[in-house]
Design a protein around this ligand. Structure first.
Ligand code: PMP
Length: 353
């Protein structure tokens, strides 16, 4: 059985929209897409009067090389958020199918499921914030088409060992697509599982340029999966999802100079994560700092609301994860520059009772 048999039959059967840019390329006089013949002011050769390539070849090539997959195994879109939405829309029939998540985890899996009127099966993480593969398998129902696993997990920062992910994808074969969200994998010791895509057609991996590549404002994310899944999702994707300036910025970031810059900042974040983790643990109102392999720390306080307000009064905004996650009295604090981190420590030290 192919993983495509799990997708919505109406998506598999439909005739996809065929855009002008897809139908003809290589001509010199472009009069097929109702574009303006004139470039806008300040265009500087970018060609913003023309629709962009649906999947820009140079960017797909650069990302496929970066992630170690073939071009047909990669879909590039507006952040990994778009890929999550596409997966839910392609695999879950409204009112019938479901996704499986392990709270506390990234909120968009559940949001996309709700928008699609898909069910949500929740298998909470174990008390030590690790993933329980057997509990996931025990909770599986025929309605579950997608199993989302975030590693390292947002907001706990813990990674899921590769052996566990492989056990899960094997057990899900023919039953569900495993979606491994690796938004923070660059910050982790353990690498990506994207190489397993060749072996398991029910595996999809999410990657993004928003975190380690410092391009959150540019909105470029990738889905790595079997060529069949990629082709399926292209059927429901908007015709021209990627703005030309975003594609340009991503290509620059992935150039030799851009990569060196990203590596340098990655090393700073990892060193600062260790330093912050140690320093926060010494504070009297801090109960626990969860070990993190991402660019943030989940910190349990005696009084998280108070700590949040004191930080806010000092102009520092952290994420109050109590509102939407079952993480207890905790805040999620992103690792900033060394000077920013110092400010966080100064406020929390000062006010430590
Ligand atoms: N996955 C996880 C786990 C995230 O934390 C985020 C962003 N907060 C995303 C995906 C979305 O990232 P993008 O900017 O690529 O849409």
């Amino acid at each position: 059985m192919s993983v495509l048999d799990l997708a919505r039959p109406e998506i598999r059967a439909m005739q996809p929209y065929s855009s002008a840019r897809m139908e003809a390329s290589g001509g010199e006089v472009l009069l097929n897409a109702n574009e303006s013949a004139w470039a806008p002011v300040g265009d500087d050769g970018l060609g913003c009067n023309r629709y962009p390539e649906p999947q820009p070849a140079a960017l797909v090539e650069a990302l496929a090389t970066l992630y170690g997959v073939r071009r047909e195994q990669l879909l590039v879109g507006r952040g990994s958020d778009e890929a999550i939405d596409l997966l839910v829309r392609a695999f879950c029939r409204a009112g019938r199918d479901a996704v499986l998540i392990q709270p506390p985890t990234f909120g968009m899996y559940a949001v996309c499921a709700r928008v699609q009127d898909a069910g949500i099966v929740e298998v909470p993480l174990a008390a030590d914030a690790t993933l329980d593969v057997d509990a996931v398998l025990a909770a599986l129902t025929p309605a579950v088409k997608l199993v989302f696993v975030c590693t390292p997990n947002n907001p706990t920062g813990q990674p899921v060992p590769r052996t566990e992910l492989e056990r899960l994808v094997q057990a899900l074969a023919g039953r569900a697509l495993l979606v491994v969200d690796e938004a923070y994998v660059e910050f982790a010791d353990e690498g990506s599982v994207a190489d397993l895509i060749d072996r398991y057609d029910n595996l999809a991996v999410l990657r993004t340029l928003s975190k380690a590549w410092a391009l959150a404002g540019v909105r470029i994310g990738s889905l790595l999966a079997s060529a069949g899944v990629i082709a399926l999702l292209r059927r429901i994707m908007a015709p021209y999802p990627l703005p030309l300036p975003s594609v340009d910025a991503a290509l620059l970031a992935l150039s030799g100079w851009g990569q060196a810059n990203a590596r340098e900042h990655l090393a700073v974040v990892r060193a600062e994560r260790t330093r912050m983790c140690e320093a926060l643990r010494w504070l009297r109102n801090v109960r626990e700092v969860l070990p993190s392999q991402a660019n943030f720390l989940a910190v349990r306080f005696d009084d998280a609301a108070g700590a949040y307000q004191r930080l806010l009064a000092a102009g520092i905004v952290v994420r109050d994860v109590r509102r939407y996650l079952n993480l207890g009295d905790a805040l999620r604090i992103t690792i900033g520059t060394p000077a920013e981190n110092e400010r966080v420590l100064a406020v929390l030290q000062e006010t430590s009772p």
